[in-house]
Design a protein. Structure first.
Length: 125
């Protein structure tokens, strides 16, 4: 059975999560030090807090990573990433929401999503 565009985007979001997690944690710790987890919690809405887990074992997903990057951009992430990268974060938040709500992806949309994920992962090394 052929892989659908929705499944391709879902797999790419899993890879995005794997690639962003160490970068996001490192950058948060470099700015907020031992308070990094509390500062991260402040960037999330109340209904998103249970998704993050506990400080000793955060349960990052693509959504919490991208929201954290967006909400802490000026304080944390703009020191290492540029304006084009922030645009990718915004775009990928929308991609993740479309994917989570089971919206279909055209082939062009899927390729665009995969390219944007690749570009953001390249930016964070």
């Amino acid at each position: 059975m052929a892989v659908s565009n929705h499944e391709r985007v879902g797999k790419a979001l899993e890879l995005l999560t794997t690639g962003l997690k160490p970068f996001v944690e490192r950058e948060l710790k470099s700015v907020h030090h031992e308070n990094w987890f509390e500062e991260t919690r402040k960037s999330l809405k109340d209904n998103q807090l249970p998704l993050l887990g506990k400080s000793e074992n955060p349960q990052w997903d693509a959504s919490t990573l991208l929201i954290t990057m967006w909400n802490q951009w000026n304080e944390v992430f703009r020191k290492t990433l540029g304006p084009a990268d922030r645009s990718l974060v915004s775009e990928l938040r929308e991609v993740r929401n479309r994917w989570a709500h089971q919206n279909p992806f055209s082939t062009d949309d899927a390729y665009r999503s995969l390219d944007s994920i690749s570009r953001l992962l390249t930016a964070v090394s």
